[in-house]
Design a protein around this ligand. Structure first.
Ligand SMILES: [Zn+2]
Length: 468
C-alpha cells in the first residue's frame, strides 16, 4: 500500500523515477490496469499509465540521476537525500534516517496511505530546495513524525490504534465533487478490506490533462472522460456499489428530490454549492478543500458548532476578482480581457511574476494567445513551483491526497460504533510542509452564516428531519 501510493503521488511531479521492488514479490493488492501476478511489473505499468512520458528505470539498471527513487525493503543506495516511511494501522511514520524497520499486519490502509503522502511532500520540498526556495517551511526537513490519522495528532506517546473490524458498512454516502480530494477519497476507499456501502458520485465535469497532477484515480488515458466515471471504474471489484451522476449538485437534487442525504462528502470548490449542500440539511457533512500547500477537513452535524455555511460566509468573489487575486493582474485589465476576449500579454505575465513569483519562462509562449484560454488551461489550478522570496507551492498531488485519505478515515469512524468517539470535532487544518504542527480544533457557529444554523427554526427543521 505504501509503495503503490508513493509511486502514485511521486509519478505526478517527477520526470525520472527509479523503482526498487523485488522481482519475485507477488502482487497482493489491486494495481489498476495490472496484468501481472507480480508486483514489480505491475507497478512499472501503473506508473507509466499515470504519465507515459516518465523516464522509468528498474532498480538494478538505472543510470544518471533520477528525481526520485522509491524502494521497498533493505535497499542499499547512496543518495544525498532520503526519507523512510512505515505504518501501523492508523499510524503513519516518517524518518530522515533508515530506522523504521518494523512490520505491521494491520489491514487498515489509512496509515500507510498517509505515510506515503508525508513522504511525497518531503520529496517535493527537496525539489523546491534544489530550485533555491527560501520558504522557511520548505527549508525545514521533518526528521521524525508519527502522525495518527485516528485522532489527527502527531508524535503523541502511546497513541490509540484500534483494529478495524473485518466487515464495515457505511450505508449511503454522497460524494459531491469527484476532483482532486474526491478522487483521493475514492482511491483510499478502494483499499479498505471488507468495506461495503452505496456511494453516489456527483460531478458534471470531465478529466482535463492539467488534473493529472492531483487525481489519484486518473491516468493519461482518462483525459476527456467524465470524472464520475473514472472514480466509479476505480471502485469496480470492491464491495462498494457506485452510482455515477454526471450533473451539478443543484441538478442532481432537482432530479432526485426525495433523497434523505444521510452523509454528504463535499469536495466542491465553490461556496454556492457548499451553501446549497448544507441548506439541504444532510444528517452529516464531511468537507475537504485545499489551498496551496494547506488543506482543511471538517465534519458538521448542523447542531453542534460551525456548519459548512459558517466556514464560507464571505461574499463570494466574482470570476474576474478571483483571477485578479490569484494572478496579481489588475481587476480592470482582467475584466477587459474577459469581456473583449483579448490576449494574454507580456504585461499580464510581468504582474504574475511580481505577485506570485512564477517562473517567467513557463508562460512566455502563452503571450498573444486568448487570455481566457491561457487562464483556464495553464494558470488556473496548476502546479506553480515558486522560487524566491514568496516561495510557495500550489496544489500538488500530496496536498489533495491527505484530506481524501483522512475523510475516508472519518467515514470509517462514522461507520464503526467503537470508533465514533474518535470522529473529528469539527475542524482540522494542516500544511503539508509542516505536518507536525497541527491539531484539530472546535469552531463555533458564525452568526453571519448564510445557512442560519444558529436559528431555532432551522435547528428544529434539522431535528425533525432526523429524529426518527
Ligand atoms: Zn452555520
Amino acid at each position: 500500500m505504501m509503495i503503490l501510493t508513493t509511486v502514485n503521488l511521486v509519478a505526478r511531479f517527477t520526470r525520472r523515477l527509479v523503482i526498487g521492488v523485488g522481482e519475485e514479490i507477488s502482487n497482493k493488492i489491486f494495481v489498476p490496469g495490472a496484468n501481472s501476478g507480480r508486483f514489480a511489473p505491475s507497478i512499472y505499468d501503473y506508473a507509466k499509465a499515470i504519465d507515459p512520458s516518465l523516464t522509468l528505470s528498474h532498480w538494478d539498471s538505472w543510470q544518471g540521476t533520477p528525481d526520485a527513487l522509491i524502494g521497498i525493503g533493505p535497499i542499499q543506495f547512496d543518495a544525498p537525500f532520503s526519507v523512510t516511511i512505515n505504518s501501523d494501522g492508523w499510524l503513519a511514520e516518517l524518518s530522515d534516517r533508515s530506522d523504521l524497520e518494523y512490520t505491521s499486519n494491520s489491514l487498515n490502509p489509512i496509515g500507510a496511505q498517509a505515510a506515503a503522502t508525508l513522504a511525497a511532500a518531503e520529496v517535493f520540498k527537496e525539489v523546491l530546495r534544489r530550485l533555491g526556495s527560501d520558504n522557511l517551511a520548505v527549508k525545514k526537513r521533518i526528521s521524525n513524525i508519527r502522525f495518527s490519522t485516528l485522532d489527527l495528532t502527531a508524535n503523541k506517546e502511546n497513541p490509540p490504534n484500534p483494529e478495524l473490524p473485518s466487515k464495515i458498512r457505511f450505508g449511503d454516502a454522497y460524494l459531491v465533487g469527484a476532483g482532486a480530494v474526491g478522487s483521493s477519497l475514492v482511491y483510499s476507499m478502494r483499499y479498505v478490506e471488507g468495506l461495503s456501502g452505496r456511494l453516489t458520485a456527483i460531478d458534471f465535469d470531465v478529466v482535463d490533462s492539467t488534473n493529472l497532477n492531483r487525481y489519484l484515480t486518473a491516468g493519461r488515458a482518462d483525459v476527456g472522460r467524465p470524472k464520475v466515471e473514472v472514480v466509479s471504474d476505480f471502485l469496480r471489484g470492491s464491495e462498494v456499489s457506485v452510482s455515477a451522476s454526471r450533473k451539478s449538485y443543484e441538478t442532481f437534487v432537482k432530479d432526485t428530490p426525495h433523497r434523505p442525504l444521510s452523509l454528504i462528502i463535499s469536495t466542491v470548490d465553490n461556496n454556492q454549492a457548499r451553501e446549497h449542500i448544507q441548506s439541504d440539511l444532510p444528517r452529516g457533512v464531511l468537507h475537504g478543500a485545499t489551498h496551496e500547500q494547506t488543506f482543511v477537513i471538517s465534519r458538521h452535524d448542523f447542531i453542534n458548532g460551525a456548519c459548512l455555511g459558517c466556514l464560507f460566509f464571505r461574499k463570494p468573489k466574482t470570476y474576474s476578482e478571483q483571477i485578479a487575486d490569484e494572478t496579481g493582474i489588475l481587476l480592470p485589465e482582467v475584466e477587459l480581457a474577459l469581456e473583449t476576449n483579448g490576449p494574454f500579454t507580456a504585461g499580464h505575465l510581468t504582474s504574475m511574476v511580481e505577485k506570485r513569483g512564477v517562473l517567467r519562462d513557463k508562460y512566455l509562449k502563452s503571450i498573444g494567445r486568448p487570455f481566457k484560454e491561457v487562464y483556464a488551461r495553464e494558470i488556473c489550478g496548476t502546479l506553480s513551483i515558486q522560487v524566491g522570496e514568496r516561495a510557495e507551492a500550489a496544489t500538488a498531488s500530496f496536498v489533495s491526497s491527505m484530506p481524501g485519505i483522512l475523510l475516508m478515515g472519518e467515514i470509517l469512524k462514522e461507520s464503526v460504533p467503537e470508533l465514533r468517539d474518535y470522529r473529528l470535532s469539527n475542524y482540522f487544518q494542516m500544511s503539508m510542509f509542516s505536518p507536525d504542527a497541527n491539531k484539530p480544533f472546535f469552531r463555533q457557529k458564525d452568526p453571519r452564516c448564510v445557512c442560519m444554523c444558529g436559528d431555532s427554526i432551522m435547528v428544529d427543521a434539522y431535528r425533525r428531519k432526523w429524529s426518527s
